[in-house]
Design a protein around this ligand. Structure first.
Ligand code: ZN
Length: 302
């Protein structure tokens, strides 16, 4: 069945919801006491869900922070924020990295040439993988740098530290420690490989098909998969406009990934698969129900 989304109304509804909550904070003093409490609880629930979806552990830590301050305490909001921030940073950077291995996952071991695209991925606990994948990542990045001096492998979303089946949204499949996304490789105007990337978030700037290449996006959109190019809303802005997609650099990275015995599948958009001449059976099409993969490469353990 085809269904279409009216983005205009979606955005305007989201804005209305946001305004409403901002309004809740602003008009709180004017709300009768009986009403204020349920609204406050609703706000706590929204913050809890948001932090859980983005960081996995943030929601629980927020609850602890809220419950640890007495209702009669002075400057409650400031104290709550302070406790939450301290608790979150200590848990994220000191506690979780040490207990995640008990549950089968490790923090990605960054090296000089294996780095997160931005601090957000580490701050939000989105940088956990199974030990086998960790080993492969270091091997791929080291080998890549040997061939291309100074060029790093930049990773994006991996997995959360805990619970198989807990998805790292918006990627439903990143839920078992086996998956990771990495950036494509780009070159500067002189044709030299660069570590720069075109998107602030790391997602959403597509290396589109040329006029003679197969346009998977158009095909999926026509089948009613409206979400297929949704990452275009997730760039958080564009940067480094002078750089261009490097066919040679990305092909070499993809081939190093595919050479790893531990890796079972690699997802890249069909026109790039062809353009880069990636012929092994490990390169699959992710399906129209996913999102397009010409802004990053996804790969996973067997
Ligand atoms: Zn992925």
């Amino acid at each position: 069945m085809l269904f279409k989304v009216d983005w205009g109304s979606c955005i305007s509804q989201s804005l209305q919801v946001l305004l409403k909550y901002k309004l809740v904070v602003l008009i709180q003093p004017a709300i009768p006491h009986k009403l204020a409490r349920p609204l406050k609880i609703l706000l706590h629930i929204i913050i809890f869900v948001f932090l859980t979806v983005v960081t996995q552990i943030g929601g629980i830590l927020y609850l602890i922070a809220v419950l640890s301050i007495k209702r009669t305490a002075k400057k409650r909001r400031l104290k709550k924020l302070g406790i939450f921030t301290g608790l979150y940073l200590i848990t994220t950077f000191l506690i979780v990295p040490n207990i995640a291995p008990i549950f089968g996952r490790e923090k990605i071991k960054e090296t000089e040439f294996l780095k997160a695209h931005s601090f957000f991925y580490r701050l939000a606990n989105r940088n956990y993988v199974r030990p086998e994948l960790n080993k492969s990542l270091v091997q791929i990045a080291t080998e890549y740098e040997k061939r291309n001096s100074g060029i790093k492998m930049i990773y994006l979303d991996a997995n959360f530290p805990f619970i198989n089946g807990f998805p790292l949204l918006p990627h439903l499949s990143h839920n078992d420690g086996k998956k990771i996304d990495v950036s494509l490789i780009y070159e500067d105007p002189n044709g030299k490989l660069t570590n720069k990337k075109p998107s602030i978030s790391g997602y959403g700037i597509f290396e589109k098909p040329t006029a003679i290449e197969y346009d998977q996006n158009a095909d999926c959109k026509q089948r009613g998969n409206w979400q297929y190019d949704f990452p275009k809303y997730l760039t958080l802005g564009t940067t480094n406009k002078e750089i261009e997609f490097s066919e040679k650099g990305t092909r070499e990275l993809a081939n190093l990934i595919l050479r790893q015995n531990s890796i079972g599948k690699l997802f890249i958009e069909p026109h790039l698969k062809k353009r880069l001449n990636l012929t092994t059976g490990k390169v699959r099409f992710h399906g129209c129900q996913a999102v397009r993969h010409d802004d990053h490469i996804h790969f996973q353990l067997k």
